[in-house]
Ligand binder design. Structure first.
Ligand SMILES: *[C@@H]1O[C@H](CO)[C@@H](O)[C@H](O)[C@H]1NC(C)=O
Ligand SMILES: *[C@@H]1O[C@H](CO)[C@@H](O)[C@H](O)[C@H]1NC(C)=O
Ligand SMILES: *[C@@H]1O[C@H](CO)[C@@H](O)[C@H](O)[C@H]1NC(C)=O
Ligand SMILES: *[C@@H]1O[C@H](CO)[C@@H](O)[C@H](O)[C@H]1NC(C)=O
Ligand SMILES: *[C@@H]1O[C@H](CO)[C@@H](O)[C@H](O)[C@H]1NC(C)=O
Length: 512
């Protein structure tokens, strides 16, 4: 009898050992398979195209908008002023399932990831993006998904909230936050959760809320530590910037992307391959901004992108959108600015729409008044929405109370983004230097000969001709403005080319 049991025990042990070997070897096999999947993806993602000058704006501007980086203000307050609506790709903020090759749009702004490029002509597309500190981005994502979800708390219960939402959305043509990735997942998730907590609170007859920490107030809202560890957050939020630039988000166009993402989520070391691709893509972008350095980023955006858009289009900037949003901000671009009346040699502007000479200086000015009004509206909405989850309120003071360990946890969950953010800061710094050098060169235009200017053929410069004279008289005195503009733009190009060649030789992978 004893013999028998010990035999059984031995057999069981053997079986366990066998199972153990089996599972470890199969997960090793998993790893190997994943590694080969990720590596295959990485090598196929490397650019094979001949690199032209990345600092020149190409036909299509693709604004890869990483959620919660402040990109919307650039969209509303810069891009909508630079591109008339007919140049905007259809439903850019909607769930974007259109064929851009078929339309001749010039501006694409979307939360869709880099896999979008598979639908675009790469040689004709310039990509820009904005980066933000990953920890702040996670906080902002948490707060915004709750803010939008809390608006539904006006309804007595989830069922009626959903019914009314469905009715409203079928009637309005505008883009709802709930149609846009990632909000289309994050908001319904929080909405359901808020109603559940409210119902439970009612059921318990709970009146007093004991917690005074808004980020950890489980009676009214999902605590931050719970939110960041949920599979939804793991899939959609963490390392979101890296995944978006790599084209590997949950929203990717390419079916192969999902397997790669799952592998990277499962085996963290494989993230390095993704990071390498994301860095290369950042290197190739026309512009990289930083949410934190807002002022500087904005003026650089005007210098790097705005100036080229202005030069790309004839006739100059058309502002026809006063009915859409933030009409107050359009005042700076009002149709009559010919104060000095020196309109003699100018081509007659078309009467059908107001034409305004736009300079980067004016662009910045208009931008600033635009964001002031945009932010005011946003703050009002936020305050009124957060009232519904009182006493939780996401203020600066509440934020300061968040324990250090939680911040560290967020950083660790976003390790790829943390590294890419550091890298982006390096790019930003270089970009800053480059712009400063170009501006410096423009201040001393005598250094470039007219001959050199003529030899460099730039199609862009011709469109400058459309700029009204009065503008230039103010800034440049009596020099013939056509010549001046030709020189200036040639110089710009020359400096860009030189810097680019230089930069390529040195490959400055700046790290902060
Ligand atoms: C939800 O609220 C609506 C409107 O007050 C009510 O008619 C409905 O019965 C409620 N549903 C549930 C499940 O409580
Ligand atoms: C919340 O309570 C803790 C201790 O109970 C206290 O130290 C902290 O100052 C309070 N915070 C606020 C915002 O009242
Ligand atoms: C994206 O994430 C959401 C939420 O986790 C999920 O419902 C959806 O199926 C995911 N999509 C893909 C393609 O994985
Ligand atoms: C400017 O143009 C308008 C319309 O062509 C004309 O009536 C006006 O006299 C011009 N002003 C000057 C100062 O040339
Ligand atoms: C939340 O905080 C903001 C800013 O500190 C404040 O204006 C607002 O009144 C607060 N909301 C509630 C409901 O206390």
């Amino acid at each position: 009898m004893r013999r028998c049991t010990s035999l059984v025990v031995k057999l069981e042990l053997l079986l366990l050992l066998f199972l153990f070997v089996l599972t470890t070897s199969s997960s090793e096999g998993d790893f190997e398979q994943c590694e080969s999947t990720v590596k295959k993806w990485a090598s196929s993602s490397l650019d094979t195209e001949v690199k032209e000058d990345n600092h020149l704006l190409r036909d299509l501007l693709f604004f890869l908008h990483i959620p919660r980086t402040g990109g919307r203000t650039y969209f509303h307050c810069f891009l909508k002023k630079l591109y008339k609506s007919s140049l905007e790709c259809p439903r850019s903020y909607d769930k974007l399932r259109f064929n851009p090759r078929k339309s001749d749009c010039r501006l694409l702004v979307t939360h869709d990831d880099y896999s979008m490029m598979s639908k675009l002509t790469k040689e004709k597309t310039s990509v820009v993006t904005i980066f933000r500190n990953p920890i702040d981005r996670v906080f902002s994502t948490y707060e915004f998904s709750i803010e939008v979800a809390a608006r539904f708390l006006v309804h007595p219960n989830l069922t009626s909230a959903l019914a009314i939402d469905r009715r409203l959305r079928s009637r309005t043509k505008g883009v709802s936050t709930l149609n846009i990735w990632p909000w289309k997942y994050l908001v319904p998730w929080m909405r359901e959760d808020l109603f559940k907590r409210r119902d439970a609170k009612k059921l318990k007859g709970l009146i007093e809320i004991t917690s005074n920490d808004s980020y950890n107030m489980e009676d009214v809202v999902m605590p931050l530590h719970q939110y960041i560890n949920d599979p939804t957050a793991v899939d959609i939020i963490h390392n979101g910037a890296t995944f978006q630039i790599a084209g590997l988000t949950n929203n990717s166009y390419l079916s192969a992307s999902h397997e790669v993402r799952h592998c990277v989520l499962k085996f963290r070391t494989l993230g390095q391959h993704v990071l390498d691709i994301a860095k290369k893509r950042l290197d190739d972008m026309l512009y990289v901004g930083l949410t934190e350095n807002h002022e500087e980023s904005a003026s650089m955006f005007a210098d790097v992108v705005g100036a080229q858009v202005i030069s790309q289009f004839t006739p100059p900037i058309v502002l026809e959108r006063n009915s859409v949003d933030h009409s107050s901000s359009l005042e700076d671009f009002g149709p009559d600015s010919h104060h000095d009346g020196s309109n003699s040699s100018l081509p007659e502007p078309s009467k059908s729409y107001p034409i305004e000479k736009v300079t980067t200086g004016k662009l910045i000015k208009a931008y600033q008044s635009c964001i002031t009004s945009l932010r005011k509206t946003q703050t009002e909405r936020r305050i009124s929405s957060l009232k519904r989850i009182f006493p939780a309120n996401f203020t600066k003071e509440a934020r300061l109370q968040v324990p250090q360990e939680l911040l560290q946890e967020i950083a660790s969950l976003n390790s790829l983004d943390m590294e890419l953010y550091t890298y982006a800061k390096g790019i930003f710094l270089n970009q800053h230097k480059r712009v400063a050098q170009v501006k410096d060169a423009i201040d001393k235009p005598g250094k470039v000969s007219q001959k050199a200017a003529r030899e460099l053929k730039i199609s862009n410069s011709e469109t400058y001709v459309e700029m009204p004279e009065s503008e230039l008289k103010i800034s440049y005195g009596d020099i013939s403005w056509k010549v001046l503009l030709l020189i200036t733009s040639t110089l710009l190009l020359l400096v860009f080319v030189l810097l680019y060649v230089n930069a390529k030789g040195r490959t400055p992978k700046v790290k902060l």
